[in-house]
Design a protein around this ligand. Structure first.
Ligand code: C2E
Ligand code: CA
Ligand code: CA
Length: 650
């Protein structure tokens, strides 16, 4: 098989579980495996080097992949005796001969330089049902210090061992924090045990990783009232104490105010447990990056402050602000490696330049942070006098948006999605337009941002849905009766409990059927409820509403989940088509993967005839972009049937 997956940021390969070999890999994977060429890697025999524990685990996984499950674990690889650690995301991949292989995506530590996780490589071991040892992988042997240890010796407390056996008997698995013996010491591990049977041969498989440091920290922190219990950083009281001592010594200082982007979404979509993990991970990063002279504080929910005396600053302020931003912005992996992008908006201000007391400096940094947030997020902004005013503009926008529907300031533009095979319009995408009475034209991105941050998104998008459905009927008048309407939906809105009912009601009211409507959703939104048959996403799918994955390819790890998402169409992000005249292999590969999963590919952002032709030559028939048509009003399309050529007016 050809392997055009060269451009992806992660190492990706397919492992043939039955034959102990890699059947293909992208360039990043060749680097990871220290291979000179794909050919060389394909001839490597992985049987010799792997333990029974690893082989058995993979055979178990093979069964899980057949059920559509995925796995995420930290693994240590030793190609050519070089030790490498990576988060490995594993999912099923059907080979041409029908056997189930494993699609692996490895996120190496340069992509996730999370200090806390470096030590947590998964240790695997296998045992007979009576607890006698069979084998362990190298990380197990290295950590435990022996390659023959029975379960009764490994697990410190007898009562725990009894509990593990009981759960293996009743459920077939156990999961929990367990104290284990390690080189004469008692150490905390997170441990997962499963009862596995291959060839009627029952055995116990154990995967465990070290959490000792974290456990001890949790205990020590409970006593300290200047410390935030969850993260181990200073709490507010601790911060004000330090700032007071700066002021007592008349020491100038800087405040960096960090607020996480999209944290509420993570909390709401993935649960508070996951939210807590994100906060801990961000804190670990802050403490690890930050030089000994400064202090990090958890200021509130998802707000952090880092402060330092100006004389002690290790770097110029602007460089430091970028360092902080990079330290906390990363892709975080929740249970089973579900990826979530975390980033922060940072504002900073200094004493005594920007204010005469601590509270004032914090307010200035806060105002700068708001600007960072409202001008695109994932940025740093130094406080300037007048920022409060800019915030006021954004405040006014937020207020005006509340009235915008009533004042008829909102409208919709439509951009056709073409089927180049049948030379017809497949659907129209509805895009919001806001002509604000007091502040002029506001872009769709900004409008949606404000709507999301003010909670107005539900009423605005409900308006969008009603209007778009009504307009769909106009589009159909005297024209193609099968053309459909594609509507963008924010993750916050989709998460509403009554979203599905409310949409269905609107569709019926408009005299249409669910099949007439497509919802465009972004990856992060789609991962929510991926395993939950009752999630809004699955309900919509069952109802017959089309689902389209928007901006595909912009997140870090999308491939492993694609087969799980009940989407009909995958919209490859604009950024890929920009490159297509130089590199068409990436789009080609993604398209083939999408097709093999029974989904349709759509390419958006097609701006030139050359791009259109290349994309079409790859067998991709759904196109959208300026080359066909810019977004236009309903009136425009009604008065002028369009040809697929450039339309200059916007
Ligand atoms: P999107 O869903 O990715 O929409 C495509 C954007 O790319 C649109 O920008 C469109 O005008 C622009 N575009 C289309 N063809 C081309 C092309 O050939 N080249 C280039 N460079 N750009 C092209 P627009 O209208 O400014 O919308 C921006 C974003 O705002 C949309 O991105 C969508 O995420 C969001 N949006 C718009 N309306 C809604 C809505 O009702 N709800 C939600 N949640 N989001 C919306
Ligand atoms: Ca879209
Ligand atoms: Ca898009």
């Amino acid at each position: 098989m050809k392997n055009p997956l060269v451009k992806l940021k992660t190492a990706v390969w397919i492992y043939d579980i039955d034959n102990f070999c890699i059947s293909w890999a992208n360039d990043k994977a060749l680097d990871l495996w220290e291979a000179d060429s794909l050919k060389e890697l394909q001839t490597r025999d992985f049987k010799k080097g792997s333990s029974d524990a690893v082989r058995s685990s993979l055979l178990d996984y093979q069964q899980a992949f057949k059920k559509g499950e995925t796995r995420g674990e930290f693994w240590t690889f030793t190609p050519k005796d070089i030790v490498k650690k990576a988060l490995l995301i594993m999912s099923g991949y059907k080979l041409e001969d029908g056997r189930m292989a494993m699609l692996c995506e490895a996120l190496t530590l340069d992509l996730i330089p999370d200090m806390e996780l470096v030590g947590s490589t998964v240790m695997m071991s296998s045992y007979n049902v009576d607890g006698t040892f069979i084998s362990g992988n190298p990380p197990f042997k290295e950590d435990i210090g022996t390659d023959d240890i029975g379960l009764d010796e490994l697990i410190v407390l007898n009562s725990k061992l009894t509990q593990i056996y009981a759960e293996l008997n009743s459920k077939g698995s156990f999961k929990g924090d367990v104290l284990c013996r390690r080189q004469g010491l008692e150490v905390w591990y997170h441990l997962e045990a499963t009862l596995s049977s291959q060839d009627n041969d029952k055995k116990i498989l154990i995967h465990q990783y070290n959490i000792h440091h974290r456990k001890l920290q949790e205990r020590a922190l409970e006593k300290d009232s200047h410390t935030d219990l969850l993260t181990g950083l200073l709490n507010r009281r601790g911060l004000f104490d330090r700032l007071q001592s700066y002021r007592d010594k008349k020491k100038p200082f800087v405040i960096f105010y960090l607020d996480l982007d999209g944290f509420k979404m993570i909390n709401d979509s993935f649960g508070h447990g996951c939210g807590d993990q994100v906060l801990k991970s961000v804190s670990a990063r802050l403490s690890a990056t930050l030089f000994s002279k400064g202090y990090a504080c958890r200021f509130g929910g998802d707000e952090f402050i880092w402060t330092c005396g100006l004389d002690d600053l290790p770097l110029p302020m602007d460089v430091l602000s970028e360092k902080l931003l990079n330290a906390v912005s990363h892709t975080f992996y929740g249970d089973f490696g579900v990826p979530m992008d975390v980033s922060a908006s940072i504002g900073y201000a200094s004493y005594p330049k920007d204010g005469t007391n601590t509270q004032e400096i914090i307010s200035c940094a806060d105002a700068a942070m708001y600007i960072a947030k409202r001008t695109g997020k994932r940025r740093t902004v130094y406080y300037r006098p007048g920022m409060e005013k800019e915030n006021k503009r954004l405040g006014i926008l937020a207020q005006n948006l509340a009235q915008a529907i009533k004042n008829r300031e909102l409208s919709l533009h439509y951009q056709p999605i073409y089927n180049v095979e049948t030379n017809s319009i497949d659907s129209y995408e509805a895009l919001i337009r806001w002509q604000c009475e007091s502040l002029g034209y506001i872009s769709a991105d900004e409008t949606i941002r404000i709507a999301e941050s003010t909670g107005l998104i539900h009423s605005i998008e409900n308006w969008v849905i009603r209007q778009a459905l009504q307009d769909l009927k106009e589009f159909r008048e005297g024209a193609d009766q099968t053309v459909r309407m594609s509507i963008n939906i924010s993750g916050l809105h989709l998460a509403q409990v009554d979203f599905v009912n409310s949409l269905e009601e609107k569709i019926i009211q408009a005299g249409l059927v669910p099949q007439d409507v497509i919802l465009e959703l972004t990856e992060t939104t789609l991962l929510d409820g991926i395993d939950d048959e009752d999630s809004n996403l699955h309900q919509l799918h069952k109802l017959g509403v089309g689902i389209s994955i928007d901006d595909f390819g912009t997140g870090y790890s999308s491939l492993a989940y694609l087969h799980k998402i009940p989407a009909d169409v995958v919209k490859i992000d604009k950024s890929f088509v920009e490159q297509v005249s130089k590199d068409k292999r990436t789009i080609d590969y993604i398209h083939r993967l999408i097709s093999s999963l029974g989904k349709k590919t759509l390419v958006e952002g097609v701006e030139t005839q050359e791009q259109k032709e290349i994309v079409q030559s790859l067998g991709i028939n759904l196109h959208q972009g300026y080359w066909f048509s810019r977004p236009q009003s309903l009136m425009f399309f009604k008065s002028k049937p369009i040809e697929p050529t450039v339309i200059e007016i916007r």
